[in-house]
Structures are given as C-alpha cells and as structure tokens.
Design a protein around this ligand. Structure first.
Ligand code: C5P
Length: 216
C-alpha cells in the first residue's frame, strides 16, 4: 500500500488548515495541525502558571504533557481543547513557546511519529523544511498580510471575539516576523516545495489545485 505524506507550510492566515482539512477528507487520510500542538503547549503554560522562559519549570511541565489528535479533536492531557486554543492570547503564547528548543524538540519528535507508517497531511511552518523533509508532496502557501488579516478577522468576529481589523493585522505582522526570524526552524519555503499564492483564490480553487498536483 502506498503511503503519502503531504506537507503544507506558510504564515498564519494563509488558509493552510482549511485547505489541509479539505484535502485530507478528499484523500481519506489523517490531518495533523502542528500549530494546534504549539498552541496546546502555550495554553498549558497559561493554565499552569508556568513562565516559558523558566527552563526547568517548562521542562517539568513538558515531561508531564501528552498531546494527541482524535476524530478531528486536539487532546491535551486527556481533555479536548479545540476552542480554548483559538484566541489571540494563546496565539501569542504559542509563538513564544515555539521559539524554545525544549518545546520544538518534543513536538517535532511527536510529529515525526505521527507521520510514520500512515498517510498524513500535516500543516505548520517547518514541515517540509524540517519535520518531514522526505514528504512526497510539499506546498508553501502564502497570501498578502492584508488578506490573511481579513480572513482571521472574519473568523474571530464570527466566533464573537471583540477585536479590530487593525489589531489582527498588527498581530499577524508581528507573528510573521518572529516566525521568520527565530533561530530554530524558522518559517521558510523548502527548496523542493511548490509555492501557492492564495490571494484572491477561493478555498475550493486552492483545494482543487493541490489535489490536482497530488494526483498528477
Ligand atoms: O498555525 P498556528 O497559527 O496555529 O500556529 C501557532 C504558532 O505556532 C505559530 O505562530 C508558530 O509560532 C508556531 N508553529 C511553529 N511550527 C509549526 C507550527 C506552528 O513554530 N510547525
């Protein structure tokens, strides 16, 4: 049986998770949202009152942390945390935690295990360049910062969050900057990834484009 691994990387709000979910469904393979794993760690530091910069405290916390996916849910230490991690505050914490070696080491190892022995589509920042360097298909999704901010703004306000477009744009630009300039596995396009600029494209268009590339 043929195993395929699909890596989708790109900055926040490029539409990676929406597209990855749709492609996973079409192909009947598992979807792994690695951003949600960094968010889970950020969420746990807040809940437990752990300062991520306190290395020993963070290490102790990580040792007692389990993260899993089941039926489209993200499960942290046995608890479903899908909704709790989708806030701007958690996004910021996730970004802070994602720059730390102990966090990356643990999550990358978990992600590699999840990508073994079965077909998966995984999205994040460093999947094609670091986690699954031998993935059969690699895509790098981009869109203008303004369009990404608009998508994120619509998503958050739909959920009833009180936030302005300018605030969302500023958050996105800050997060892009730290994700691209951090020392460990920064956001970058893998040399063998196909770049897809989704500005002005519908979800359906992008999904079909990626499916077409995979089926080629
Ligand atoms: O994709 P999402 O916005 O949920 O990711 C949250 C944060 O997790 C990102 O801003 C980034 O700092 C971090 N991340 C990462 N590597 C990944 C996925 C996410 O560093 N593979």
């Amino acid at each position: 049986e043929n195993i395929i691994r699909v890596a989708i990387d790109g900055p926040s709000g490029a539409g990676k998770s929406t597209i990855a979910k749709a492609v996973a469904k079409k192909l009947g393979i598992d979807y792994i949202d690695t951003g949600a794993m960094y968010r889970a760690v950020g969420y746990k530091t807040l809940v437990c009152g752990v300062d991520p910069q306190d290395r020993q405290a963070l290490k102790n916390m990580l040792e007692k942390t389990s993260i899993d996916f089941s039926k489209g849910n993200i499960i942290l230490d046995g608890e479903i945390i899908n909704d709790q991690i989708r806030t701007p505050q958690i996004a910021k914490k996730a970004s802070e935690c994602s720059a730390l070696a102990d966090v990356r080491q643990k999550l990358v190892q978990l992600q590699r295990q999840m990508g073994q022995e079965k077909s998966v589509i995984m999205d994040g920042r460093d999947i094609g360049s670091n986690v699954l360097t031998d993935a059969e298909y690699k895509f790098f999704m981009t869109a203008s910062a303004e369009e990404r901010a608009k998508r994120r703004y619509d998503e958050l306000t739909e959920k009833g969050q009180d936030i302005t477009y300018d605030q969302v744009l500023e958050d996105i630009q800050k997060r892009d900057h730290s994700d691209m300039t951090r020392e460990l596995n920064p956001l970058r396009k893998a040399d063998d990834a196909l770049e897809v600029d989704t500005t002005g494209m519908s979800i359906e268009d992008v999904t079909n484009y990626i499916l077409k590339e995979i089926e080629r």
